[in-house]
Design a protein around this ligand. Structure first.
Ligand SMILES: Nc1nc2c(ncn2[C@@H]2O[C@H](COP(=O)(O)OP(=O)(O)OP(=O)(O)O)[C@@H](O)[C@H]2O)c(=O)[nH]1
Ligand SMILES: [Zn+2]
Length: 397
């Protein structure tokens, strides 16, 4: 990875309109600012290739009436082709949009230094905006970006990850899924990334980490082709909501693209949705749901231990011979025998269990959904069940 430009990028005001970002603000009582990561799949840079519609979507988000002041961070990955036509934003009555260009490098490689510093410097102007959009092109692995907002104390105290939105091109997606990570003409930076086993495409990673997938350019495919594309997306990630659009026009933004609260709560509905399940159209990646009755205290301890083995050590207890799998997303609602419900959230190796005061364990039991590479076998369910049984047996002996 090249690191020739360590400087923190400045905010670029592209609109030319007066910026309110200089406003003096009181840091103390400000709410945390949500950040939405928008990622767009991209096959490769080639003559005549048109983007999936990221600029079009951003345009739509920034001009729609949502009464938010949005700061936009662009990570163009040195892709000068797409920088040739800067996005012009029509400024609504209350909106001020600022563009922070991470001119050099891919955010998933650089975010730990330049990216975090850029976000921190952006947060110094906190109060002047109330939402952040972080756009990354189809070369970044969102799984490397998402945990930063959990792990970085400084950022974590002022920003929270609201959700990951992945836009795909209905016309090109199936081809993009056949392009393994590292084979893109444009990226060398990614070759150091640790994706072992049969190769996944970047599009797989972008879809498997998404909370929302926008299938754009639906006008360019037949209804039958669109069904295939949508099924394919759902087979990779059964948790994500899928919206089909032309020109990125979603019926509303709040709840569909913005304000998803995808990392702060796990709703029963979202798990129902995943549990409906889909056939394993995609053999390399998939979604598994584990359903259990409410857990005893010992079961909770066993769950924690099992998650550590699986997510931290990449070890599937009882199936140590199985390798080459990786977990991308974990979501669940775990009921306990005292009637409480805990919400489980995870990205890659990071996970968190938090109480849901609204939950009713007797009614809903326990459900955990895993999305990941070569996750799809009964081994996951079996391994977890075995760990639980072992802990219960130990307790009663
Ligand atoms: N037919 C059709 N064209 C679309 C749609 N959405 C966007 N486009 C067009 O596709 C082209 C690429 O759209 P952009 O929004 O620039 O895509 P991008 O992902 O930002 O691409 P880059 O600028 O190359 O990064 C433009 O000419 C858009 O007008 C759509 O739903 N249907
Ligand atoms: Zn990278």
């Amino acid at each position: 990875m090249e690191d020739s430009d360590d400087e923190v990028p400045d905010l670029v005001d592209e609109g030319g309109a007066p910026s309110s970002i200089d406003a003096q603000v009181d840091d103390e009582n400000l709410p945390k600012v949500p950040i939405t990561i928008i990622t767009v799949t991209r096959r490769y840079k080639s003559a005549g290739y048109l983007g999936a519609g990221k600029s079009t979507l951003l345009q739509h988000i920034l001009t729609a009436q949502h009464f938010k002041k949005i700061a936009v961070i662009l990570n163009e990955f040195g892709d000068t082709a797409s920088l040739e036509k800067p996005i012009s934003i029509s400024q609504g009555s209350t909106q001020v949009s600022e563009w922070l260009n991470l001119a050099n490098g891919c955010i998933c490689c650089s975010v730990k230094d330049t990216g975090v510093a850029a976000l921190e410097s952006l947060m110094e102007r906190r109060g002047a905006f109330d939402y952040i959009l972080l756009e990354t092109t189809g070369l970044a692995d969102p799984g490397n970006i998402a945990p930063i907002f959990w792990l970085d104390d400084a950022l974590g105290s002022s920003i929270y990850l609201d959700g990951i939105v992945t836009m795909v091109d209905a016309k090109n997606l199936l081809r993009e899924l056949h392009q393994p990570v590292g084979d893109e003409e444009v990226v060398d930076e990614h070759q150091g990334h640790d994706h072992t086993g049969p190769k996944l495409s970047v599009a797989h990673l972008q879809i498997s980490h998404a909370d929302v997938v926008i299938v754009n350019k639906t006008d360019l495919v037949s209804p039958a082709e669109l069904v295939v594309v949508e099924e394919r997306v759902r087979s990779i990630n059964s948790l994500a909501r899928v919206h089909k659009t032309t020109h990125g026009i979603v019926p509303s933004l709040s709840g569909l693209v913005l304000d998803l609260a995808a990392y702060s709560s796990v709703t029963s509905d979202s798990l129902d949705f995943a549990a409906k399940g889909h056939s394993h159209l995609d053999s390399s990646i998939g979604t598994v749901t584990v359903t259990l009755p409410p857990l005893y205290e010992a079961g909770l301890v066993a769950l924690d231990k099992w998650l550590r083995a699986v997510l931290w050590d990449s070890r599937l207890p009882g199936h140590e011979n199985i390798t080459g799998w990786e977990m991308h997303r974990t979501k669940g609602r775990v009921g306990t025998t005292d009637g409480k419900v805990k919400m489980l959230q995870g990205v890659r190796e990071i996970f968190d269990l938090i109480d849901d005061p609204e939950g009713d364990a007797a009614e809903e039991g326990s459900r955990i959904v895993f999305i990941g590479k070569h996750v799809g076998g009964s081994e996951i369910v079996e391994s977890f069940q075995r760990s639980l049984d072992a802990s219960l047996a130990q307790q009663s002996s």
